[in-house]
Design a binder for this molecule. Structure first.
Ligand code: SF4
Length: 394
């Protein structure tokens, strides 16, 4: 039987009827308030699936110690809910000290949707724990492509974030498969890579410009950047990923010529469908020129960070917040460029009518977004319609 995670009871825990209605209509006008809702936002299929698998594990192994290798997804509310279910954490901010070292066959370990480092998987198998692997199938795509590059003698260039769980697992896979990788975070870093490829920058200078963990120790640009294959962390900004691919392609074209390029360059889009859909829908919403754009999701959620950037080209004031607690007189939000958590006063324009666009990351429960929308309506002095909350199908 094919399982439809959208109908799982876990998903209903996080559903919100107001958000469901706004998502389907795309907008709502009440008095002086015009709400523009991205038609694709919030939980993706991979998150639904991971949550359903956790719930199944709780049913199947009610009396065994259960652990998450690290955050199931990048949302603090959901991770706190995991603690409430009695699931401990082995790595990360909620980790129980010593638990990882003490694992044995009595334990059940849940691998998060971002996958895991090869080193961790080897330890878990050696300890004979029961594994519940929630790795999203979309995350497998860049893994497979990287392994193909290695076989063909290419170095994998990853458009991603050094230290992000998904990129850590990809880098570990490349290393353990005998390959080399280089992580570039943005266009600026890619321009340095392009300058090296064109012969305008030394390998030593290139490595100085990049993050110190962007490559394996001993990575030598002169040796390892002869053949380059690109993949993306699944949750990056798709438009930026395409530009990065173009920058590298052009530099290699200048270095190797049209014919040489066939042997020295590969590009494969591994942005996941949910990320692409949420970014496209947010782009449509900001085209309506809202007074501001509000994106709700965990500060460590890569896809949420990138969603918050879709309004930048149109100079729409944009805020990335974690939830309603960020709207207390000042707005507490993550700066899209520096990553700093800022507090900004006078964020709510006094002019009326007020048009606001909303989106939410693939790891953001609808309930959190719904609370934000209701609070803003309250601040503006407008009453939103009340919708009947959905219930799980029998
Ligand atoms: S954002 Fe994409 S890759 Fe990540 S869990 Fe969701 S579907 Fe999978």
């Amino acid at each position: 039987m094919i399982r439809t995670y959208e109908d799982s009871d876990v998903r209903y825990t996080y559903r919100d009827a107001l958000v469901e209605s706004l998502r389907s209509t795309g907008e709502l006008k009440v008095g002086q308030l015009h709400l523009l809702m991205s038609k694709s936002l919030g939980f993706c299929w991979g998150v639904d699936r991971a949550l359903a698998m956790v719930k199944d594990a709780c049913r199947e192994y009610p009396n065994r110690p259960k652990w998450l290798l690290s955050s199931l997804i990048h949302n603090p509310t959901v991770n706190e809910d995991m603690l409430k279910l009695g699931i401990g954490f082995l790595h990360g901010p909620y980790a129980v000290q010593g638990a990882y070292e003490d694992l044995s066959e009595k334990d059940v370990v849940i691998v998060p949707a971002f996958s895991a480092r090869v080193e961790d998987m080897e330890i878990l198998r050696a300890r004979n724990v029961t594994l519940v692997d929630t790795t999203c199938p979309w995350v497998i795509k860049p893994h497979k492509r990287a392994q193909r590059y290695i076989k063909e003698g290419f170095t994998t260039v990853i458009h991603g974030m050094v230290g992000h769980d998904e990129t850590l697992s990809t880098c570990s896979l490349v290393e353990n498969s005998g390959g080399q990788y280089l992580v570039v975070h943005d266009k600026m870093e890619t321009q340095s890579l392009a300058a090296f490829l064109r012969g305008d920058l030394s390998g030593k200078m290139l490595m100085k410009w990049l993050h110190r963990d962007a490559a394996l120790p001993g990575f030598d640009p002169d040796v390892h950047l002869k053949k380059v294959g690109i993949i993306n962390q699944t949750t990056m900004l798709a438009t930026e990923s395409r530009e990065i691919g173009d920058i590298i392609r052009l530099a290699l074209l200048q270095r190797d010529g049209e014919e040489g390029l066939q042997d020295s360059f590969r590009d494969f889009d591994t942005i996941c469908r949910a990320t692409q859909d949420n970014q496209d829908a947010a782009t449509e919403a900001v085209k309506e020129n809202p007074d501001f754009f509000l994106v709700v999701g965990g500060y460590d959620s890569s896809n949420t960070k990138n969603l918050a950037r879709v309004g930048d080209d149109r100079n729409i004031p944009s805020y990335h917040i974690e939830g309603v607690e960020c709207l207390q007189g000042v707005i507490t939000h993550r700066d899209r460029v520096t990553g700093e958590i800022l507090q900004t006063a006078d964020w709510l324009p006094s002019a009326r009518p007020l048009k606001i666009a909303f989106s939410a990351g693939a790891s953001t429960p609808d309930t959190i977004l719904g609370a934000v929308v209701r609070h803003i309506a309250e601040l503006v002095g407008e009453s939103l319609p009340v919708f009947e909350e959905p219930t799980p199908k029998a």
